[in-house]
Ligand binder design. Sequence first.
Ligand SMILES: [Zn+2]
Length: 123
Amino acid sequence: MKIAFRKLGSQPLLFEENSDNAIFSGDLILKKSNLAQLNGTITGSISIPCDICAEEVERSLNEEISFYLSDGIYEGNDDELDVVEISQSMIDMEELLKSEIELIKSDYFCCKNCEGTSLDREF
Ligand SMILES: [Zn+2]
């Protein structure tokens, strides 16, 4: 799903993007002429290797996602903003979801088997 930046306005524009079992949904709202805010959640699950035994397990997701999108180079001076610059005035939701999933995958993760013996297995 690709969204043209010029379609954004002060009314939230809803989006939904899927990748395998992950679902990214939320809305986009225009803040300034070239700056939009994305608020969403990633739910569902992804297959992710355990950092200890490397076995792929399905990890359920419930991630709150919030960042800004800049149409072109962001020239604001607010360093605290988490800004993603987009090119050609098109917001590629699939690409955004993929990069969020990569971020989640880069977090430390270990499977139930490696977490210790006190936990009941889910599978
Ligand atoms: Zn493991």
